[in-house]
Design a protein around this ligand. Sequence first.
Ligand code: HEC
Ligand code: HEC
Length: 358
Amino acid sequence: MMKKLFLTLLTLICVTPVNAEKIVGLPALSIPANNPQSTDKIALGKKLFNDVRFSSNGTVSCASCHQTNKAFSDGVPKAIGINGLIGQRNSPTLVNAAFLSSLFHDGRRQSLEEQALDPLTNPVEHGLENHLSVLDVIRQDPSYLKGFLSTFGITVEKIDMNHVVKAIASYERTLISGNSRFDYYFLKGKRPVLTISEARGLRTFRRKANCANCHEISWDHALFTDNRFYNIGVGFDTLRLVLPEFLKTANQDASQAIAQLKTPQKAALGRFIVSRQLKDIGAYKTPTLRNIALTAPYMHDGSMATLEEVVEYYNKGGEKNEFLNPAIFPLHLSEQEKEDLVAFMKTLTSPNIHSVKN
Ligand code: HEC
Ligand code: HEC
């Protein structure tokens, strides 16, 4: 009898997760089977992420545009890369990117591993001719050799870009944050954690203002994104003049229609570039709103400087266009309701960006 009780207790203790660091507000994180997390790999990824030698003039690293103190965004409307060149889009936060089902504003990449190849050879970001120069730097740096050897058990000549992007992605999977005041209030039922205005803002967010339709909140976690794409009208003006002609050509041959556009116009097509479906013209991925107070300016083109401006934009029903999503409509919010919404969004800041071992 005693023995049985003892064994039951022992099993109970053993199945209790050893990694006690539980973050409130997030779903379980799935790690790809072919790229398990390890302490060595995460450290290696962090070093690669911060290394300016992987750029054509030795000044740009991933961290140039994804800065720790700005929740891994950069504070400028459009990303500034090599030689001060300005890209087409706003740098998104990387915090909780590990939970996204597609990456980039238009969702053109499916995994963090796949994504990490792109900035390195992007002519206005790291500006490298090709990925070989990344491997050259690595092969000549003894500390990298040690890192790749201990992480992947491989020697110099075996190191390739697959290893590089696996390490970067593993590091990115540690950039996780929850535990905001919203989480304790909504998911843990703690009181009082939000002010009256913030709590009213949450209610408005979920009901009258319809925000949670896309910036999703589930009963046991909240990523504030549904991983889908919507035209909410931002930046549509870039397309207006060329649109009639574009649509005519696109009906026959989407590739040709795209090829006729200038770079900013191409970027303004949004999700259409990936899906080639007309309803996706000017559509972008719903971004998370976690840590939103730290990641101004906002939207794929960085066109809104403040959260007040964002709320005004939704309140007027967005920028009209023939592809505007029906979930965007005039909200008729009072001044108080607008203030409450902004106050609520500021409760989504996490006390720290966790570097969890997962
Ligand atoms: C010059 C600035 C710049 C540099 C350098 C840069 N990025 Fe980014 N990053 C961006 C911008 C801008 C986007 C969005 C681009 C788009 O959607 O078309 C982005 C998007 C991302 C995303 C997708 C996030 C999401 O929410 O979909 C990830 C992940 C990412 N970058 C990781 C990296 C890594 C890893 C590196 C280094 C290898 C890097 N970035 C270098 C500016 C930069
Ligand atoms: C129909 C879906 C949908 C609804 C409803 C919606 N959003 Fe959004 N939201 C998006 C999409 C998509 C974007 C990205 C648009 C872009 O980049 O051009 C976005 C962007 C944002 C941003 C900027 C995020 C960033 O990192 O740049 C904020 C803030 C925001 N929404 C808040 C709200 C609030 C507040 C409401 C309710 C008043 C709301 N949203 C309603 C889909 C939606």
